[in-house]
Design a protein. Structure first.
Length: 659
């Protein structure tokens, strides 16, 4: 058994006495590790067993480049200060947890997955963990090792070095062969004397300017073109084999030379270079490169892919595209830049010429409203276009638009002349079509666009007869027929999916046919010309709302008979408005002054006036009573009869005068 005093002594090193069963107990060790321990003990590289007591006397184990795979038993080496296990096959380091005297630990190029036990060693000054695979998720708490002065983490799949910012005692840091791009967290490591950042993804080294005691800096095999942040730092620098991808450049467009040495001086490029302007200019399309060589410590390659320029002759269009690309109005536009644009709003920019726009091959949405465009041929080359707005231009020929079969929305309101709708019939995928203010009088060609959901025909020359051509568009949800020449809406009764219907500024008096649709209706501002009416003769009120009830007129109206009566010669009118104020309008008429003529020799004068009103047909006489008879004016013995027919407003009035 081991002596009691020895047990107490070992307890001071953090080893529980229960681990010792007898004096001279042996420590079970990996064979390769045992040989290294025996060599330290002066026994030579033998396989002689090591006792627990002997283990407690070992301070250095140098067992690099061996075949050690297990560290079991090292927990008894409580006075160990230096442990070199570089290039072995160690995967588990949990046995190191209680080795609180360790100052130097070298574990590079093993297969360690979890380094957590190492992070609990408070005396560590030198730590090497390079080449153990991906340690990126293991470094969160490494900042607790504030005593570290030397740290090697090469080839550890590290991209984020923020966890190293607290290691302010570091004098040497090796991060070679990782994926580091941002070195800003290293700016706080002002005690660094040696920093190796070779083979990473670093392009900006400005944060390293704070490391004023650096004497050695490795930056080779990165993406660095500008060493000027190091201008005041007298260091041994190596920054060779830089590989910088400039992306897509444009043929014939001079590019600024980005390469600066540590003195801040531009470095001459090998090809395509103009020293006067310090630029280089790609001369042909395709992959290209140019190199630089600034002494033995700084060289590299600028790689690029050159593309031809997209030519947009129109100043407004070119400026619009460049604004979307966040470039100057007259900057060159490459093919790939043009192809990257998916949505573009070039409204109100004075655009006239669309030449070159076909290069925007990914364009899905395009707004060109309020310009001066007449020719839309170039738009036929846009294979992905789904939304196109060309309102308020001067387009007369829409045939090129008929080839853009990907279109789902086409807005063509307020263009010059009458648009030939037959040219749009191939666009069977259209969901939204706006054709306001185009002088359209025939919509028969629209019947094939059966998928239409929204249709705007505001301010055209349509009559009620034209509505029959829209009756088959049963998918319509919204329809605007305002400001046309409509008098009847019967043909719209088949559009049962309608949710919004605009009939403002027409000549409609009866909206009963729409009652079954349940549509949100706007039919304000109707103006109906009734033509000539007779004074003091009752006229049936033709205005009927959705539920079939008459809408009271605002003047000249008798609610008991649902009639109105002209009471003065000349022009007259009466208005209406329903309770929801969505169906309003005016009935206009004229009451001509009467003229009497001599009827013959029989002593009887007959005055027969037949007037056919020129106003709009406001209803079907079979639908409502529009005849008033039996007019009796006894003054002067005059008998009179009057007949008013709303179906054309024919007024026939015969008077016989007796002497």
């Amino acid at each position: 058994m081991i002596a009691a005093g020895a047990v107490v002594g070992l307890t001071l090193f953090g080893i529980a006495p229960a681990a010792y069963a007898a004096d001279g107990d042996e420590v079970a060790l990996d064979a390769a590790l045992l040989a290294c321990v025996n060599e330290f003990l002066g026994n030579g590289p033998t396989s002689d067993p090591v006792t627990e007591l002997e283990a407690s006397t070992v301070t250095v184990i140098a067992c690099g480049q061996s075949t050690v795979s297990s560290l079991t038993g090292l927990e008894y080496f409580t006075n160990l200060e230096v442990l070199d296990l570089n290039q072995n096959s160690v995967s588990d380091v949990s046995a190191l947890t209680n080795l609180t005297n360790l100052t130097d630990l070298y574990l590079a190029y093993n297969t360690i997955g979890d380094i957590t036990p190492v992070l609990d060693l408070p005396a560590l000054e030198r730590l090497s963990l390079s080449g153990n695979g991906d340690l990126s998720s293991n470094l969160v708490d490494i900042g607790e090792l504030t005593t570290l002065t030397h740290l090697r983490l090469g080839a550890s799949s590290i991209s984020n070095v923020a966890s190293l910012a607290n290691l302010t005692s570091l004098e040497q840091l090796d991060l070679r062969s990782n994926s580091v791009s941002n070195v800003t967290p290293l700016a706080s490591l002002t005690m660094l004397d040696d920093l190796n950042l070779t083979h990473n993804s670093i392009s900006d080294i400005s944060a390293l300017a704070s490391l004023t005691v650096l004497s050695t800096l490795g930056l080779s095999r990165n993406q660095i073109v500008d060493l000027s942040p190091l201008e005041t730092m007298p260091i041994a620098l190596t920054a060779t084999d830089q590989e910088v991808d400039l992306g897509v450049l444009t043929v014939g467009v001079a590019q600024p030379n980005p390469v600066r040495n540590a003195a801040g001086v531009p470095v001459v490029l090998d090809d395509f270079y103009d020293a006067v302007s310090n630029t280089f200019t790609p001369t042909m399309a395709g992959l290209g490169s140019t190199e630089w060589h600034n002494g033995p410590s700084f060289d590299g390659t600028l790689s690029f892919n050159s593309e031809a320029q997209v030519v947009l002759p129109d100043d407004g269009l070119r400026g619009c595209v460049n604004e979307d690309l966040s470039q100057g109005a007259d900057d060159a536009i490459s093919v790939s830049q043009a192809a990257s644009i998916t949505d573009l709003d070039c409204s109100s920019l004075g655009v006239v010429d669309l030449s070159g726009i076909e290069a925007l091959t990914s364009l899905e949405g395009l707004m060109l409203d309020d310009n001066d465009i007449t020719d839309v041929t170039a738009l036929s080359g846009l294979p992905a276009l789904r939304f196109l707005s060309l309102g308020n231009n001067a387009i007369t020929d829409v045939e090129p638009l008929g080839t853009i079969t990907t279109l789902q929305a086409l807005l063509l309101s307020s263009n010059d002349g009458t648009i030939d709708l037959s040219k749009l019939t191939p666009l069977t995928g259209l969901l939204n079509l706006e054709l306001a203010s185009n002088g359209i009088s025939d919509v028969s060609e629209l019947a094939v666009l059966e998928d239409l959901i929204y249709l705007v025909l505001l301010d055209n020359d349509l009559t009620s007869a034209d509505l029959a051509d829209l009756a088959g568009l049963t998918a319509l949800v919204g329809l605007d027929l305002g400001k046309n020449n409509l008098t009847k809406v019967n043909a719209l009764a088949s559009l049962t999916q309608l949710e919004f219907l605009y009939l403002d500024n027409n000549a409609i008096v009866d909206v009963r046919p729409l009652s079954a649709i349940g549509v949100a209706l706007s039919a304000q501002g109707q103006v109906v010309e009734l033509g000539d009416l007779a004074i003091d003769v009752d006229v049936a009120n033709p205005v009927i709302q959705l539920n079939g009830d008459a809408i009271p007129l605002d003047s000249l109206y008798d609610s008991a008979t649902n009639t109105f009566t002209p009471i003065a010669y000349g022009a007259g009118s009466t208005t209406w408005s329903n309770s929801d104020h969505n169906f309003t309008g005016t009935l206009n008429f004229t009451v001509p002054e009467e003229t009497l003529t001599d009827g013959g020799d029989d002593g009887t004068d007959t005055d027969t006036d037949t007037d056919t009103g020129t106003g709009t047909n406001v209803g079907d006489p079979s639908d409502s009573t529009l005849a008033q008879t039996g007019f009796d004016a006894t003054s002067g013995g005059i008998a009179a009869a009057g007949l008013l027919l709303a179906g054309g407003m024919m007024i026939t009035r015969t008077r016989r005068l007796t002497q």
